[in-house]
Design a binder for this molecule. Sequence first.
Ligand code: FES
Ligand code: FES
Length: 188
Amino acid sequence: MPRITVNVDGTHYTDEVEPRMLLVQYLRERLGKVGTVVGCDTSNCGACTVHMDGHSVKSCSVLAVQADGHDVTTVEGLAQDGRLHPVQQAFHDNHALQCGFCTPGMIMQALDLLAEVNDPDDQQIREGMEGNLCRCTGYQNIIRAVRDASQRMQPGAGPAVEHTEDTPVPRTPADEQVETKVKGGRQS
Ligand code: FES
Ligand code: FES
């Protein structure tokens, strides 16, 4: 069997793997990284998204042997010293999850987007996240969370702020459009 050496969340692992083993299987079944989940078997949903050498990949569409010699980061490698990563904190504070199944992949994809586009607008966020599906359809709060995370990650941004009713996340015309439609739906 092929032997691979891979750095996952800052730790080096050397293992023998079957040539057909998927990266997501290796992460979950060998390393116990069950924060990375499988939501489909068709490379469609993005729930299994991790980073390989800093770029997002769907780990159900990558073989473990292809990760040989590479750095892999999963959602479990983001928090540092017991503090959530700003993107994780933004998802928490904006209630950007319902069942939470899509959340690990959404967070990893959001990080990739924010590394590419420093201050994305809503359209850029929608396009950057289009490969990730939320079966609970909580897209509006996911977009708000990514927008919030981008502000938290700006150079010179202060420490993470938990948004509450007193310090709400800034709203945009897109939020208001959605709320108007929702209210209109309820009245009719
Ligand atoms: S589990 Fe990988 S894309 Fe759905
Ligand atoms: S929160 Fe349930 S699938 Fe996205």
